[in-house]
Design a protein around this ligand. Structure first.
Ligand code: MSP
Length: 656
């Protein structure tokens, strides 16, 4: 074994290196590229909370015929063309909070230099040689086509590429070849020794049958193209885009860069390389063969997901159904999208995305099951002045059963993640969330408080303990919401904190919490309702009659402020009205009555932020004087919904 082969052995045992494909720059980021990059981020964070150091690499693939043609169409130099496209990827990934350590571009000079050095090495070892390529090429896939990849139809000049459905182009040119045929047996032996090299393993079978059918040497240079890495020693050629692109996984952690030797030794080989099935052949055949020829250790795993369709249709510009990641985040929130894609798109097969389904799942799982649970608990605790929780706790059998059930669900989740099935893992976690909801319902702390305040405290602490475990497991998927939840429990989230919970010796059911009320973690959102609302508003504006018009001076007379409902009580003899204490910041607290008793329990109202008219003449209702009015809107079921600011604004903020 030569020195380079030993390098894998130097990698610390707790290092995990994850990669995504590097994306072609001529399409903007979309749901498909978002999904792969999200999975890489989820697994990266998952390893972090399990005590690993991680390196997450993503980037852009910027050379090749397709890019050169697109630049030409725009009348631009290819470099300027790619430079203007790359920020869209960084912006989208940053918007989602993806924690990549390096964003590699194949136009980076260090990468290009390392590709050239690598080519030289393989030319010297005889693995690369010069000949003539005669055959067909699919430039949309940047793929040299084998007979199985094409369909000849009568009357057509060119065959149709089965990889893209587009006509192939005929190439007859001098080319450098990689001696792929020499690696057929070694590849087959490798697959046999590493049946878990590809996940799901069925996909490895497709690879095995392709390789068993015989491998031809692979053309790895293009003479008719100038937009690429110049071939060392032969200025008429550039490196074939896949030979250039695949090497990013090495150069992204410092391969071939003498300043980064330590980094390279610390991370290679990659632990998980994520991609969709479309590019499996390049990664499961060419890539290992390149590495074998270079004397380098092979990646440990290729995690291959299916193809995502939108409402059952292929995503395409012409259909107009391409989902933009940033627009999606703006409509539903980053964590809601992260959750939906991780939990509801099965990694193992092709999946369909639908906005209606996303809205439904987010409402049921995140708003109703998780967010409302946390919110109700915090509001109840605040109502009864409970903020500090400290053991020892006196757990009864119901509490112990809850702890057991939560522990079991989380253990099953761990098992599914170890199989690389995040959609299954988070289904298990949500069983724990459901269990916690049923515990809250059965133990009814809002009733218990009246007879047994000590038991009330124990129930609240049982909920907090369970949330702290669930939170550590869920953080990789919805990190922003979980960090807020931990701060509401009085804990500053760190991966070390989560690691102690998840890989610690024993589960700690004796923690301290300091409860701090927060705005709900998730609120119900619907893109259609936002759009419809806008449309209705426009119509209303158009219909306003002149005699309804008021001037800005009229409007300014009405004083409207944000405030928080801090207490709610019945009014004796009234079936409709509650009296509420409202905290209006600098305006102090005051009583305001509202006719919402039929629609809300007291618990649901306490802690809610709302909007109040504060300079209305005081009015007596059922013997109680109301000093203002809460703004509400009646929904389609006739239920008054409370109007609230979209983000948290301090009590007392005046609305203008
Ligand atoms: N540049 C090459 C990859 C080189 S890696 C050394 C490439 N780029 S790509 O922009 O076409 O990206 C392909 C990848 O994007 C897929 O493997 C997958 O990760 C993601 N997806 C793009 N569209 C997708 C769907 N509709 N569904 C799921 N994933 C998809 O190939």
């Amino acid at each position: 074994m030569n020195l380079e082969q030993e390098q894998g052995a130097n990698k610390p045992f707790n290092h995990r290196y994850l990669t995504t494909p590097i994306y072609y720059v001529n399409a903007k980021p979309h749901l498909g590229t978002l999904y792969t990059t999200l999975l890489a981020d989820v697994f990266t964070r998952w390893y972090q909370v399990h005590g690993c150091n991680t390196f997450f690499l993503t980037g852009t693939d910027e050379h090749g015929q397709k890019v050169a043609e697109a630049a030409q169409k725009q009348g631009m130099e290819p470099q300027a063309f790619v430079d203007q496209l790359v920020p869209a990827f960084q912006k989208a990934w940053d918007c989602y909070g993806f924690q990549y350590n390096n964003f590699i571009r194949t136009t980076d000079s260090a990468h290009m230099q390392a590709v050239q050095d690598w080519l030289k090495k393989l030319i010297a070892s005889g693995d690369i040689y010069k000949d003539t390529y005669i055959g067909w090429y699919d430039s949309s896939q940047e793929a040299f086509l084998t007979e199985k990849d094409m369909e000849f139809k009568e009357g057509d000049v060119a065959p149709i590429s089965l990889l893209s459905g587009k006509p192939a182009i005929r190439i007859e040119e001098e080319s450098y070849f990689f001696r792929l045929s020499a690696y057929q047996e070694r590849l087959l032996a490798f697959y046999q020794e590493h049946p878990d090299f590809v996940v799901p393993s069925e996909r490895l079978q497709e690879v095995i049958s392709f390789v068993s059918g015989g491998l031809k040497d692979l053309s790895i240079s293009r003479r008719t193209l100038t937009w690429g890495v110049p071939f060392p020693g032969d200025e008429h050629h550039v490196a074939y885009v896949w030979a250039d692109a695949l090497l990013n996984y090495l150069t992204g952690v410092g391969y071939g860069n003498s300043d980064k030797t330590d980094q390279w030794r610390a991370w290679w080989p990659a632990d998980i390389q994520l991609m969709a099935k479309d590019i499996l052949r390049f990664h499961a055949i060419y890539w290992p063969a390149f590495l074998m020829a270079s004397g380098l250790p092979l990646p440990k795993k290729l995690l291959v997901h299916g193809w995502i369709k939108v409402d059952g249709q292929k995503m395409s510009k012409s259909i107009g159904n391409v989902v933009d990641p940033i627009e999606l985040a703006e409509a539903y929130g980053v964590d809601a999208v992260r959750y939906y894609l991780t939990r509801y798109l099965p990694i193992t097969q092709d999946a369909t995305y639908s906005t209606g389904d996303l809205e439904h799942r987010v409402t049921t799982d995140l708003v109703n099951d998780l967010s409302n649970l946390v919110h109700r608990m915090l509001v109840l605790a605040k109502k009864y002045d409970l903020s500090s929780l400290q053991g020892p706790y006196d757990w009864n059998t119901a509490d112990q059963q809850l702890q057991k059930d939560v522990h079991e669900a989380l253990t099953l989740a761990e098992r599914e993640m170890a199989r690389f099935y995040p959609h299954m893992a988070y289904a298990e976690v949500w069983r724990a969330v459901a269990r916690l909801n049923s515990y809250m319902h059965e133990e009814a702390p809002w009733k218990v408080i009246k007879e047994d305040p000590k038991r009330f405290k124990t129930i609240i602490s049982a909920v907090c303990h369970a949330l702290s475990y669930i939170g550590a497991v869920v953080w990789p998927v919805i990190p922003h919401a979980m960090e807020r939840m931990f701060s509401a429990l009085g804990i500053t989230f760190t991966v070390d904190y989560a690691e102690k919970k998840l890989v610690g010796e024993a589960i700690d059911w004796n923690q301290k919490f300091n409860l701090v009320p927060i705005e709900p973690l998730f609120v119900r959102r619907s893109r259609d309702s936002v759009m419809e609302e806008n449309k209705k508003q426009e119509e209303v504006v158009a219909q306003v009659k002149p005699d309804n018009e008021i001037t800005i001076d009229d409007f300014i007379k009405v004083e409207i402020h944000a405030g928080t409902i801090i207490a709610v009580e019945d009014i004796v003899g009234s079936e409709k009205i509650y009296q509420m204490r409202i905290d209006i910041g600098a305006l102090g607290t005051r009583t305001i009555c509202a006719g919402v008793k039929k629609y809300y329990d007291c618990d649901e109202l306490v802690g809610r932020k709302a909007i109040f008219v504060t300079n209305l003449k005081p009015r007596k209702l059922m013997g109680v004087t109301s000093h203002g009015m809460m703004l509400m809107a009646t929904d389609s079921d006739g239920k008054p919904t409370i109007v609230a600011p979209a983000t948290d604004v301090p009590n007392g903020t005046r609305l203008k």
